[in-house]
Design a protein around this ligand. Structure first.
Ligand SMILES: *Cc1c(COP(=O)(O)O)cnc(C)c1O
Length: 473
C-alpha cells in the first residue's frame, strides 16, 4: 500500500527544491511553512470535489466568491466587477481573449494589439481563437510604446494588452496612456498582472512608487492575476477579473440543447478539481492582508539589496531597473548566462536563462520571493562565484559546422534521426540519444540560442517531444 508513496518520495528528491528561498523560478516561496502545510491540507481535502457543479459543491462557490472579492479589493475594482478563478495565467488570458472576441461577433477579422513583451499565452490565444495578433515594438526600457499601440488599433481590434509587469523584463507598461488610447477607440484593455499583480498591489501599500495599472485607471476592462505566483498559493489558481459582468458573460459556455446534464462552464475546464481553489483560498485566508504587507516589504527589500549587490558583481549587469520583483541581468560578454545558470544550480540556486532577443544578448531571470530576503548575501556570493567560474570557462561556443547545419534546417526537417545526429555531432547525446535532464543544460541552451528563430522552435519542441515518451510494460 505504501510503495507508491515511497516511490514518489524517491522521485521527488530529483526535483528542484522549492522551499528555502533558493528557487528564483517556477515556484514562489513565502517562507511560511505553516501556510504551506495548511494549503497542502486544503488541496488534499478538496481533491475529490468537482467545480463543474456549484449546486453539488456550494463550498467551492463560497470560496470562489470570497477569493474574487479579495482580488477585487486589491485592484480597486468598482462595485460592478466580477471574476472567475481559473487554473492559471494562461487560462485567464485565453478566456480574456476569447471573451473579447465573442463580445464583438460583428467583427469578421478580429485582431489583438499587444506589445512584443506580452506573455506568449496571448499569441497562443490568438492562434487558438483565430484572432490576428498585431505586435508592437517596445521602447528602450522595454515598455510598450503608446504611439505604436494607438496606431495599430483599428475597428477590428477586439482587445488591447498591457503588462504589469512584463515577465521577461519585469517592467510595467504605461497603462494609463494605453488605456486612454484604447478607450478613445472604444477598445477594451486587458492588463496582464499574472505574475506581479498581487505584489504590485501591496507595493503601493508599503509606500513604494506604483505606476497606475488597476481598475482605478479608466479604460482598464479586465485584469489577470495569478494566485499561484505572488499570492503564494499552490499551483493551479489564477484570477480573471472583469470591470462588469456583461464583459465576463461571453467567457461562459452553455449548451441549451444537449441530451446530457444542463451544461454551463465558467472556465475552459469542465470537470475540475476543487483542490487548487481550496489551496488558494486557504493560503489567502491564512496569510491575510497584514501577512501580504509584510511579505511584500520583505520581497522588495530583497530586490533592492540584490540590485545593489549585482552592480558589484564583476561581469554581471542589470538589464533594466526593476519596476517590481523580477530582476533581469546579463553578462558583459566574458561568459554566458547559460553557464552562470548551471553554476548557480550547482550551488543550490535555481535561476531561469532567457534567450537572446532582437540581437540583444541572452539574460538571466530572477523571480524574487519573500523567502529570498534572508539569503540575499548568500545569493550574491553564489552569483559572484558562479560568474567567476563561468568567466574562467569562457563563453560556450557552438562549432561552425554545427552552426551551419542549424542555419540550413528548414521547419519540419528536424526528424528524430536528424535531431539525434545533431545532438551527437554537438556532443550532447544523452541516454537514448536524447538530451538528459536534469543536469547542466548550458550547452543545449547555447545551441538553441544560436539557432534561427524557426529552428529554435523546432529544437525545443523536438527536445520536449523526446522527453515525453511512454514507459511501457
Ligand atoms: C506566468 C505568466 C503568465 C501565464 O501564467 P501561467 O500560470 O504560467 O499559465 C502570463 N503572463 C505573465 C506576465 C506571467 O508571468
Amino acid at each position: 500500500m505504501t510503495s507508491a508513496l515511497t516511490r514518489l518520495r524517491t522521485l521527488r528528491e530529483l526535483d528542484t527544491d522549492v522551499r528555502g528561498g533558493r528557487s528564483l523560478a517556477h515556484v514562489f516561496d513565502s517562507g511560511l511553512l505553516e501556510v504551506h502545510r495548511i494549503a497542502a491540507e486544503a488541496v488534499a481535502m478538496y481533491a475529490d470535489t468537482n467545480g463543474l457543479d456549484p449546486a453539488a459543491f456550494p463550498s467551492l462557490l463560497t470560496m470562489e466568491n470570497e477569493l474574487v472579492g479579495f482580488g477585487c479589493d486589491l485592484v480597486d475594482a468598482p462595485a460592478t466587477a466580477v471574476g472567475t478563478v481559473t487554473s492559471g495565467g494562461t487560462e485567464s488570458i485565453m478566456l480574456a481573449v476569447q471573451g473579447a472576441r465573442d463580445s464583438r461577433p460583428e467583427v469578421a477579422h478580429p485582431n489583438l494589439v499587444l506589445p512584443e513583451t506580452a506573455h506568449p499565452s496571448f499569441l497562443r490565444a490568438a492562434h487558438y481563437f483565430g484572432v490576428t495578433p498585431i505586435v508592437t515594438r517596445v521602447d528602450g526600457h522595454y515598455r510598450a510604446q503608446v504611439g505604436a499601440m494607438a496606431e495599430a488599433m483599428d475597428r477590428s481590434t477586439v482587445l488591447a494588452v498591457a503588462s504589469a509587469p512584463s515577465y521577461a523584463h519585469g517592467v510595467v507598461d504605461p497603462i494609463a496612456w494605453i488605456a486612454a488610447a484604447a478607450a478613445a477607440n472604444r477598445i477594451p484593455l486587458h492588463v496582464d498582472a499574472c505574475i506581479g499583480g498581487w505584489i504590485l498591489a501591496y507595493a503601493d501599500r508599503v509606500g513604494r512608487m506604483k505606476p497606475a495599472w488597476t481598475f482605478a485607471v479608466p479604460g482598464v476592462s479586465s485584469i489577470s492575476i495569478d494566485l499561484h505566483k505572488y499570492a503564494y498559493a499552490p499551483k493551479g489558481a489564477s484570477l480573471l477579473l472583469h470591470r462588469a459582468a456583461a464583459d465576463r458573460r461571453p467567457t461562459y459556455f452553455t449548451l441549451g440543447e444537449w441530451p446530457g446534464n444542463p451544461m454551463v462552464s465558467t472556465t475552459m475546464q469542465s470537470t475540475k478539481s476543487g483542490g487548487p481553489l481550496a489551496g488558494a483560498w486557504a493560503t489567502v485566508q491564512t496569510i491575510g492582508e497584514d501577512g501580504y504587507l509584510g511579505l511584500a516589504r520583505d520581497c522588495f527589500e530583497a530586490v533592492d539589496r540584490l540590485v545593489a549587490g549585482i552592480k558589484e558583481v564583476p561581469g554581471l549587469e542589470l538589464v533594466v531597473h526593476p519596476d517590481s520583483t523580477l530582476v533581469v541581468v546579463r553578462t558583459d560578454g566574458s561568459c554566458d548566462v547559460f553557464t552562470v545558470a548551471d553554476e548557480m544550480l550547482e550551488r543550490g540556486w535555481h535561476l531561469q536563462p532567457q534567450l537572446s532577443w532582437h540581437g540583444e544578448p541572452p539574460t538571466l531571470h530572477l523571480t524574487v520571493s519573500a523567502a529570498t530576503l534572508a539569503l540575499v548575501e548568500e545569493c550574491l556570493a553564489a552569483l559572484r562565484d558562479s560568474v567567476a567560474a563561468a568567466r574562467a570557462a569562457g563563453p560556450t561556443r557552438v562549432e561552425r559546422t554545427i552552426l551551419n547545419r542549424l542555419n540550413l534546417l528548414r521547419p519540419g526537417d528536424l526528424t528524430d534521426e536528424v535531431f539525434d545526429d545533431l545532438m551527437a555531432a554537438a556532443g550532447l547525446a544523452g541516454q537514448d540519444g536524447g538530451v538528459s535532464v536534469p543536469g547542466r543544460t548550458a550547452r543545449f541552451n547555447v545551441l538553441v540560442n544560436a539557432a534561427p528563430v524557426a529552428v529554435r522552435e523546432d529544437l525545443m519542441a523536438t527536445h520536449v517531444d523526446r522527453l515525453f515518451r511512454p514507459v511501457r510494460a
